[in-house]
Design a protein around this ligand. Structure first.
Ligand SMILES: [Zn+2]
Length: 127
């Protein structure tokens, strides 16, 4: 389901923001559909064990940003258990730009969200 949403988003939005230099010009109906798709994506994220973090899109974005930041937590420098953290409450879900993501270790990621440390093991990896 997530892959279908992401495929339609990519079709409507054109090249990923990783590759794009100019803002795209789109029809109002395409913009409206994009909003619907983003909402659907956000809903899958909120479901426990949601599909979004298992999608090939997210896995490649997370791998890319970890590689780009040298496989280190940007807060404490640790190289263990790294997650790609969304800085802005998932506004750019499905179309993350490098500036929207921070590489954090589990401890720093939990702190960023205010999650209790005990909750670590329940948090899916790769986020
Ligand atoms: Zn850290």
């Amino acid at each position: 389901m997530v892959d279908a949403i992401l495929a339609e988003l990519r079709e409507l939005e054109g090249p990923s923001l990783f590759e794009r230099t100019e803002p795209p010009i789109r029809s109002a109906s395409a913009e409206y559909r994009i909003l619907e798709l983003r909402k659907a994506l956000t809903n899958t994220r909120l479901r426990r064990g949601g599909d979004y973090y298992a999608s090939s899109h997210w896995r490649s974005v997370a791998a890319w940003v970890k590689r780009e930041r040298g496989h280190r937590c940007e807060s404490c420098g640790s190289s263990a258990g790294l997650h790609a953290h969304h800085n802005d409450e998932y506004v750019w879900l499905g179309e993350e730009r490098p500036i929207d993501l921070t590489v954090l270790c589990m401890g720093c990621h939990n702190e960023a969200h205010g999650w209790p440390r005990k909750g670590l093991s329940g948090s899916p990896s790769g986020r």
